[in-house]
Design a protein around this ligand. Structure first.
Ligand code: PLP
Length: 457
């Protein structure tokens, strides 16, 4: 029989998945360590069980005890699972900016939640750090793991995440990327990897509103860097003991918006339905990779959690628009792009029986690079000038053949309300243009050039 003795034995050994689409144009291999495969759907299961078991060994946590923690949700889930499996109670303090889903999920696994204000300094007695500490003092036989300063956090990653990545890449890893919150994921893993291979480059991802990047670069803890941001789970207004800046070679900051859009792209283009900070990690990693990664390099990016926790936020189009994350100037959707093109937009098409030579002359005369091919009323294919050129070089005789013999796939039809990010994720080398049918059943074309115009105004 093959089974686990309890849910906590299923923690770790998460898969490494190659990123294929969002990495277009990047040299080297970019792999995501997908931590939502943990039973609590996040990387934090690893540290939760380690902190609990280390506390049991040290005699700090005794049978019937209560676990109290300030958490952005994921550590809470890991602790709650450990508590259920081992018979402890849980109380969690959370900042009110955290998503309702995260709170509901924790309640679902039996935890009590205390919601605290986000926009107060950590020393304020109302902050979720202070409230957790106070509850720990007041409740007998309680254990406050304090993931920020508890070094079992870093140790969990040194003992599990690091060796897993080393084994999975057979030591070929050259770049390691992680968001930095408590610092455990970044530094525990980096410590292990650098011990095995000192020149593994470690890239930390920070967010605007957090202190890490400036502190790393100048040694200054700058209060002016601190302001409320939306991304959840990383970036800090404190320096946790689990952050060892010597283990982080460089820090990049990523905006809430870039992170949200990248998380959505990971879901739609890679099938990785991930959380917001995963978008930050990948956006920052690719910014670095675009400039520095070489053909033989192997980059591993940690994706901390799952997308379900953000359904009401980054996966909700209305929320995205409210926050200005989907708009690009006045061109929010395919409808807007078509409207601005109105007048110049009569859809040019070419019949499938026209000769290739005549088609080329038409493309040149009209100054266009691609055109839908029709058979009567139906769109049956497409011509793209760059492809035609290589076909003509290979066989000049085809200029006398009908277009139907050389045409490519018909351009995809997309919805009138498709937003700019969706449109841009669908246009690539193979799909040079998209077709849209309006309310009057007229067909319009949107090309790469139209998207660029819409994005730059
Ligand atoms: C969603 C999410 N992303 C990133 C992190 C950062 O990881 P770490 O605390 O190990 O630095 C966390 C930690 O809470 C998280 O919950």
């Amino acid at each position: 029989m093959q089974y686990y003795n309890s849910i906590i034995e299923t923690i770790g050994n998460t898969p490494l998945v190659k990123l294929n689409k969002v990495t277009k144009g990047i040299k080297g291999t970019v792999l995501a360590k997908v931590e939502y495969f943990n039973p609590g759907n996040s990387v934090k299961d690893r540290i939760a069980i380690k902190m609990v078991e280390d506390a049991e060994k040290a005699g700090i946590l005794k049978p019937g005890g209560t676990i109290i923690e300030g958490t952005s949700g994921n550590t809470g889930m890991g602790l709650a699972l450990a508590a259920v499996a081992k018979g402890y109670k849980c109380i969690f303090t959370m900042a009110d900016k955290q998503s309702k889903e995260k709170m509901d999920i924790l309640r679902a696994v039996g935890a009590e939640i205390v919601v605290c204000p986000t926009n107060v300094v950590p020393e304020d007695p109302r902050s979720y750090y202070s409230v957790a500490r106070k509850l720990n003092q007041d409740i007998p036989n309680s254990f406050y793991p304090n993931q920020y300063d508890n070094l079992s956090n870093t140790a969990a990653h040194y003992e599990t995440t690091g060796p897993e990545i080393w084994g999975q890449t057979e030591g070929e890893i050259t770049h390691y990327v992680s968001t930095v919150g408590t610092g455990g994921t970044m530094c525990g893993t980096a410590k292990y990897l650098k011990e095995r291979k000192p020149d593994v480059f470690t890239l930390g991802i920070d967010t605007y509103g957090s202190v890490f990047k400036k502190y790393k670069e100048t040694g200054i803890f700058d209060q002016n860097e601190i302001y409320p941001y939306l991304t959840e789970g990383f970036g800090e207004d404190i320096l946790p003991k689990n952050v060892d800046f010597d283990l982080i070679d460089q820090i990049i900051k990523v905006t809430d918006k870039d992170a949200a859009i990248m998380a959505r792209r990971l879901s739609r283009e890679e099938g990785l339905f991930v959380g917001w900070s995963c978008g930050s990690a990948v956006y920052g990693a690719l910014e670095y990779a675009r400039e520095h990664l070489k053909e033989d390099d192997v980059m591993v990016i940690i994706l901390p959690d799952h997308g379900t926790r953000y359904l009401a936020k980054i996966y909700n189009d209305a929320w995205m628009k409210d926050h200005g994350f989907l708009e690009s100037r006045d061109f929010a959707t395919a409808r807007d792009i078509i409207q601005t093109k109105n007048g110049s937009d009569r859809l040019l098409t070419i019949d499938k029986d026209i000769k290739v030579g005549d088609a080329v002359r038409m493309l040149t005369k009209e100054g266009i690079s691609q055109i839908p091919v029709t058979d009567g009323e139906n769109i049956v294919g497409s011509l793209i000038d760059s492809k035609l050129l290589s076909q003509l070089i290979e066989n000049p005789d085809i200029k006398e053949h009908p277009v139907s013999e050389v045409m490519g796939q018909a351009f995809k039809f997309v919805a009138l309300d498709s937003t700019l990010d969706v449109l841009s994720s669908l246009i690539d080398k193979e799909n040079k243009a998209l077709l849209i049918r309006d309310e009057h059943n007229r067909v319009h074309i949107i090309t790469q050039a139209d998207l660029l115009m819409a994005m730059t105004g």
